[in-house]
Design a protein around this ligand. Structure first.
Ligand code: SAM
Length: 317
C-alpha cells in the first residue's frame, strides 16, 4: 500500500492524471464551498466566524466551529453549482468505468450537488445515512425563546447524508469486474453486504487529538480541522469502495487526511489533494498516526472473511 498527498487546487491537479486512473473516489468536500475559501478559513482560525458559527463553550469545553449553510446567497449557490459540476466532470474523466464515488454532503445542499453529478454523466446509486448526532438545528426562535418555548425552527440534525454515485458501467457487472476491477461494492463478509445505514457516531477524541497535535502551532481545538471524519466510518466506506479489494482511491479534498489514513489502514493505495497549505501540512503528520488507530473494524475478525455473522458493522447497538 502506498499513498501520495498533493498540495494545490484538485481540479488543476486532476488535469495531470490520465483517463481511467482511479478505481474509486471517497471524499468529504467543502459542503457549501464558500466556507473553505481563504477569507472564511482565516476568520474561522481567528475565532471571528464569518460563515462559520463559533459556538460558545459548553461546560468549560471549547466546541468546534460549524458552517452555516442557511446564510448562502444566490451567488454562493451559483459558485457551489460550478464547483460540483467541475468536480463531477473531473472525476468522470479520471475514474475507471464502473468506479464508485462516495460524497459527504448536507441535507440543505445535497439536491444541488446531486444535480451537478447527474449532469456530469454520473449515475446515482443511493444515499447513505450516517448516524451522527450534532448540535445543529433544533433552536427556538431567536429573541423569542420564552414566548415560543415549544417551537424549533428546524429539526435537530441526527444524520449525515453521503451521496453514492457510479461512473456508468461498460457491459455487465462481471465484465467490469474482470476488465476494470470496478462496478460493485465490496461486501463486509460473504454473509453480509455493505449496507446504506452507517451507525458510526462521533469522531473519537483520540483522533481529533492527533489532528490538533499535527497543527503547526500545536493550536487549540478551534484551529484543528473542523470536519475530521471518524476512522471507523472512513474505513468502512473505503473497504466497500473497491469490490475486489485492490486499486487506488482518490480523495481530492483531504483536509487533515482521514480518507487517506483509512485507505492505508484497510490496505488500499490512495491519492489525496488539498488546497490549503496548513491542512496539507497537518495531513502529512496526521495520516500515519490516524492509520494506526484501532477501530471496531480491526476488532471484528469476521470483516473481510467468509464469516457467518449476520450482524453488520453498521448495526446499531
Ligand atoms: C470538509 S473538508 C475535508 C475534511 C476531511 N474529511 C478530514 O477528515 O479532515 C474539505 C477540504 O477541502 C479543501 N478544498 C476546498 N477546495 C479545494 C480544491 N479546489 N482543491 C483541493 N482542496 C480543496 C478544504 O481546504 C478542506 O480542507
Amino acid at each position: 500500500m502506498s499513498y501520495e498527498l498533493h498540495k494545490g487546487n484538485a481540479f488543476n491537479l486532476l488535469e495531470g492524471y490520465p483517463e481511467n486512473r482511479f478505481h474509486a473516489v471517497v471524499t468529504d468536500p467543502p459542503y457549501g464551498v464558500v466556507e473553505f475559501e481563504t477569507a472564511n478559513v482565516e476568520k474561522m482560525r481567528d475565532g471571528e466566524g464569518g460563515v462559520w458559527r463559533i459556538p460558545p463553550e459548553l461546560d468549560g469545553n471549547k466546541r468546534k466551529p460549524l458552517p452555516r449553510f442557511t446564510v448562502l446567497s444566490e451567488d454562493d449557490k451559483e459558485k457551489l453549482r460550478k464547483f460540483f459540476r467541475t468536480f463531477g466532470e473531473s472525476v468522470e474523466r479520471v475514474l475507471r468505468p464502473g468506479g464508485h464515488i462516495f460524497v459527504a454532503t448536507t441535507q440543505l445542499l445535497m439536491h444541488e450537488v446531486s444535480r451537478q453529478l447527474d449532469e456530469a454523466g454520473l449515475e446515482r446509486r443511493d444515499v447513505l445515512v450516517r448516524e451522527a448526532k450534532t448540535l445543529r438545528g433544533g433552536d427556538r426562535p431567536k429573541g423569542a425563546h420564552e414566548e415560543y418555548s415549544m417551537v424549533s425552527s428546524m429539526p435537530r440534525v441526527y444524520w449525515e447524508p453521503w451521496l453514492l454515485y457510479r461512473k456508468p458501467l461498460k457491459g455487465r457487472l462481471q465484465d467490469s469486474l474482470e476488465e476494470w476491477e470496478t462496478g460493485g461494492l465490496r461486501r463486509e463478509s460473504e454473509a453480509r453486504p455493505f449496507t446504506d445505514l452507517l451507525g458510526n457516531g462521533k469522531t473519537p477524541k483520540e483522533e481529533t487529538e492527533i489532528v490538533r497535535e499535527a497543527h503547526p502551532d500545536d493550536g487549540d481545538e478551534a484551529r484543528a480541522h473542523p470536519n475530521l471524519k471518524p476512522q471507523r466510518l472512513m474505513r468502512e466506506l473505503c473497504h466497500a469502495s473497491l469490490p475486489l479489494g485492490e486499486g487506488t482511491i482518490l480523495d481530492p479534498f483531504i483536509g487533515s487526511g482521514s480518507t487517506v489514513a483509512a485507505a492505508e489502514a484497510v490496505g488500499y493505495d490512495a491519492v489525496g489533494m488539498e488546497i490549503d497549505a496548513t491542512f496539507r501540512e497537518m495531513a502529512e503528520e496526521a495520516v500515519p498516526r490516524l492509520a494506526e488507530v484501532e477501530t471496531e473494524m480491526e476488532k471484528r475478525e469476521d470483516v473481510g472473511s467468509p464469516g457467518e455473522k449476520e450482524s453488520s458493522l453498521s448495526d446499531f447497538s
